[in-house]
Structures are given as structure tokens and as C-alpha cells.
Write a new protein. Structure first.
Ligand code: AMP
Length: 395
């Protein structure tokens, strides 16, 4: 990474504004998954060790620019206090009187967490005055929110116009691991793509085809490819507008000598529910009235064999409707194949595949699970992330 990090700047005794991704799932006031809090700790702990005064900020959910107690970061302040074993002062506003007073009272080694940035519509609008107000709290800005690095918001891009801006450890780690996989992968390099719609993943498919040795496509998006190959898919997920794109990608794979591997059998349901009647059929012969909802046993074996001899695997998107246990088998088989291949670097793009891997208990067996769904997808598309681009270059 050619961006400055927290280790390239003197933070000692300084006020440091850190953009974190504390967008954690909540059940009322209870945090149901603290992964994102844990992921932010190395940067915070480093800054405290350097005797900086640490001002943390984040968004949580989509409060649409208004104060809404449901999206308060107060539970995060509480959990962070426990994790750091230190008082985390929480401010009841973002750039108002309470934040100003509590920040003015800070000493080196203190931690303050600001209330949800998205209680101000100016945050997502990247409003310069709002960015300036945030910047006025600190001497240095650290971006460690990989999950929002693909958005140019006031707290990710705007503030960098007013403060020296560097990357935290989490952003550094995400970019190092995924950057290396894309630029200089240990081979064979296999990408596994799934999820619902081809339309959402055209950039990723196209970019990864130029990098990988093998591209595996499963999940809802595979049916559009089956149609492109003349298959019959019953009432499976299908995007007619993308059949030509699928054909183009099949040709591109041939030209680039990339193995494009599609399902050979699917588990289909009559209705979109866990308890529906199920049949397993050839992927190109799904009967009318049936919907492909998972990859079948032959496909699981086929995909697992590809993963077994890979040295790098990037996986984004489930193989089926994994939220229904009856159709989670295919997705679990990919996680199992990755866990079984001990000599492979396994990278899980955030979002649903990360949730599936964690939920199925394979989290600790993967090399890296990205904390950013949208951001990792854009990175895999080869796009520049504005929150990263805005940071200061290394000299
Ligand atoms: P995405 O957000 O595009 O990664 O898609 C994730 C969603 O795709 C999950 O909610 C899955 O339930 C859904 N999905 C995967 N395979 C299928 C399928 N065969 N039919 C319908 N939905 C699917």
C-alpha cells in the first residue's frame, strides 16, 4: 500500500480522530456480533500506547439524517469500554456542545466516542462544513473503516482536506491481503462467486476473469449463465438482461484460458421456503414450476475438488439460499473445502458469505474475512476506494 499509516506519523500526545466501522448488528440495545468492534481494537490500542487522545466516530445503520435512539452508538461505547478496560466517554451529539465540551476536556490517553455520524444528513452528502467541524476536533485523521471506504462521505473523504490523513491497521490489513491476492497471488488462484444477481456482480466477474486460473460461479446468478448455455431453469432466479453478458464472459474465459466452472446439478424447491418439496436435477434441466435453491451433491464435489488444489481462493456470495437450513448445504461445502485445504490463502468477501462462514462456525479457519461487503466487492472489481485514495501518500 502506498498510503501512509499510523506508524508513519507522530501521534504521541496528539488528538487523533479515528473513523471506525462500528456498524454492528443490534437486537434492541444488545450487540449480537462484535466482530467489527474487535477488528478496530489494534488501531485504538496502538494510539493509546503512543499516548494519543483518541476521538472515535462511526455510523450505525441508516437513520436518514435524523436523531433516532434506535441507532445510537451508546451500546458500542459500553462494549468498547469493556474491551479496552478503560472508560470510553460517549458524546450525546456529533459536533454539538456536548461533543465540544467532552473533547475539550480530553487528556492524552483518553477515549471519546462521538454519537452516530449519520444523525447528520451532511455526513453522507460529504458536506464540507460538517467535515470541517469534525476535523476541528483533532490534529490527525486516521481512517480505519474499511466497510465505508468505498463511500466519499464527510468522515471518510471530507475530513482529509483539513487534516493529515493516514490508514489504520484494519484498512492496512484488508488492502494488503486482498491487494496481494489480486496482484501477485499464489497459484492456482480460484474465485468462487455466488449470491443472487448477476447484475450486481458484473464488474467483479469481468475483473476477476483477468486474474484467476479458475472462476467458479454458483448461487442465484448461475442460472443466467445456464440459460446462456441453452439450459432450462424452471422458475429459478434469472436476469434476461444479462444473458448476453454471461455469453460474453463465457467467451472471455475461453480466450484467457480461464476455467469457468458452473454447477452440474441443483437442489430445487417448489416454493421459496425451507420446508418445500425438494428434488435434485441436472442444472440445465430444471423442470417448470421448480426453482434452483442450492448446488447439488455432484457440484459440491466438483467445486470442492477445484478448491482442494488451490493456493489462493477469494469467495464472494453464497451458493444457495443459505438462510434456509435445507438449502445451506452447498454453501457449507465451500466453507468445508476451504477449511480442509490447509495450504491455501482463503479470503472471504464481506456481506452474506462472511455471515454464512461465521454462522456455520468456520470463521477461525479462514485466512481473512473482510469486514466490508460493498467495499471488498468494489475492491475486487478493481475500483479505487475513495476513502483510501484520499489518504496521504507515502513519501
Ligand atoms: P448477494 O447479496 O448478491 O451476495 O446475494 C445473497 C443472497 O443470495 C442470499 O440472501 C441468498 O439467499 C441469495 N441466493 C443465493 N442463491 C440463491 C438462489 N439460488 N435463489 C435465490 N436466492 C439465492
Amino acid at each position: 500500500m502506498n498510503k501512509k499509516t499510523i506508524e508513519d506519523i507522530n501521534v504521541s500526545g496528539k488528538r487523533v480522530l479515528v473513523r471506525c466501522d462500528f456498524n454492528v448488528p443490534l437486537d434492541g440495545k444488545k450487540i449480537t456480533d462484535e466482530t467489527r468492534i474487535v477488528a478496530a481494537l489494534p488501531t485504538i490500542e496502538y494510539l493509546l500506547k503512543q499516548n494519543a487522545a483518541v476521538i472515535l466516530c462511526s455510523h450505525l445503520g441508516r437513520p436518514k439524517g435524523e436523531f433516532n435512539m434506535k441507532y445510537s452508538l451508546a451500546p458500542v461505547a459500553q462494549r468498547l469500554s469493556e474491551k479496552l478496560d478503560k472508560k470510553v466517554v460517549f458524546t450525546n451529539d456529533v459536533i454539538g456542545e456536548d461533543a465540544k465540551a467532552k473533547i475539550a476536556a480530553m487528556q492524552p490517553g483518553d477515549v471519546v466516542l462521538l454519537e452516530n455520524l449519520r444523525f447528520h444528513a451532511e455526513e453522507e452528502k460529504n458536506d464540507p462544513e460538517f467535515a470541517k467541524a469534525l476535523a476541528s476536533f483533532a490534529d490527525i485523521f486516521v481512517n480505519d473503516a474499511f466497510g465505508t471506504a468505498h463511500r466519499a462521505h464527510a468522515s471518510t473523504e471530507g475530513v482529509t482536506h483539513y487534516l493529515p490523513a493516514v490508514a489504520g491497521y484494519l484498512i492496512g490489513k484488508e488492502l494488503d491481503i486482498m491487494g496481494k491476492a489480486l496482484e501477485n497471488p499464489a497459484r492456482p488462484f480460484v474465485a468462487v462467486l455466488g449470491g443472487s444477481k448477476v447484475g450486481d456482480k458484473i464488474g467483479v466477474i469481468s475483473n476477476l476473469l483477468e486474474k484467476v486460473d479458475t472462476l467458479i460461479i454458483g448461487g442465484g446468478m448461475s442460472y443466467t449463465f445456464q440459460v446462456a448455455l441453452g439450459g432450462h431453469i424452471g422458475k429459478s432466479l434469472f436476469q434476461a438482461d444479462y444473458v448476453d453478458f454471461a455469453k460474453e464472459m463465457i467467451e472471455k474465459a475461453k480466450k484467457l484460458n480461464v476455467r469457468l466452472v458452473l454447477p452440474v446439478d441443483n437442489v430445487c424447491g417448489q416454493e421459496f421456503s425451507n420446508d418445500t418439496m425438494r428434488i435434485t436435477v441436472h442444472s440445465k434441466e430444471i423442470p417448470d414450476g421448480w426453482e434452483g435453491m442450492d448446488i447439488g451433491p455432484q457440484t459440491q464435489a466438483l467445486f470442492s475438488a477445484e478448491i482442494a488444489h488451490a493456493k489462493t481462493v477469494v469467495w464472494n456470495g453464497p451458493m444457495g439460499v443459505f438462510e434456509f437450513p435445507s438449502f445451506a448445504v452447498g454453501t457449507r461445502s465451500i466453507a468445508q473445502a476451504l477449511a480442509d485445504n490447509k495450504s491455501c490463502i482463503s479470503i472471504i468477501g464481506g456481506g452474506d458469505s462472511a455471515a454464512a462462514v461465521e454462522q456455520m462456525g468456520y470463521g477461525k479457519l479462514m485466512t481473512h474475512i473482510s469486514t466490508g461487503g460493498g467495499a471488498s466487492l468494489e475492491f475486487l472489481e478493481g475500483k479505487t476506494l475513495p476513502g483510501v485514495a484520499a489518504l496521504n501518500d507515502k513519501e
